[in-house]
Design a protein around this ligand. Sequence first.
Ligand SMILES: Nc1ncnc2c1ncn2[C@@H]1O[C@H](COP(=O)(O)OP(=O)(O)OP(=O)(O)O)[C@@H](O)[C@H]1O
Length: 238
Amino acid sequence: MSAAAPVAPTGPLIEAVRLTRVLPETVPVTLVEDADLAVAAGEFVAVTGPSGSGKSSLLYLLGLLDQPSRGEIRLLGAPTAGLDGDARARLRLATLGFVFQFHFLLPEFTARDNVMLPMRALGRVGAAEMRERAEAILASLGLADHAGKRPDQMSGGQRQRVAVARALANAPAVILADEPTGSLDTRSGEQVFRLLRDLVDRDGTTVVAVTHSPEFAAGADRRIHMVDGRIVADERRP
Ligand SMILES: Nc1ncnc2c1ncn2[C@@H]1O[C@H](COP(=O)(O)OP(=O)(O)OP(=O)(O)O)[C@@H](O)[C@H]1O
């Protein structure tokens, strides 16, 4: 049989089944309880809920940054439970992009070098191609003029857009964002929202974003609402 081209998964990109995370304290703390969730390619999902409802904990589990106490996570249709630390890290690098509330760019690196970091870590392409790809991503996000600037030479909104560019570095299946506009003023926050919205609409990128912003949530395609560690609503925009 001849080698077939890899087939893109037709099912959910990320799937959580009865996902539960309990911290084994003297009095156990339940962060996430029995969460069922399937995110398909091209969806823009907002995760909402009061402070302490488990939104970040759910995102960290979906991003393989934490491990469930019960239940399972499937990434691109494959189970993740039996993977060791290295395999998890590699899967994370190859399939997921992260954006946090604070940009976490390396201060001594240019925007271009920051975007190249996840590529270097994955080690699939050579230096010249990394540079070319990083510049193309930055240009596609309207940041071509900032490629050679360090974070302290950019505004807060520009830094967060570079953080989005870094999340896109390895062409991830899904971008996971934890309050990506939470540290920005209204205008910069809108720009970062618009950037994510355009990525979904233009490139078919899949985004799951925790947010406290009603405007951000209203602009997503689907809203998952959490209370006390449970998903209590899962609504698609008509
Ligand atoms: N390491 C930990 N030790 C003890 N409690 C924790 C720990 N991590 C999280 N929690 C608690 O678990 C609950 C869920 O936290 P989480 O950060 O997921 O909520 P959140 O909805 O993202 O909150 P916020 O909107 O304030 O960021 C909170 O009550 C939090 O205090």
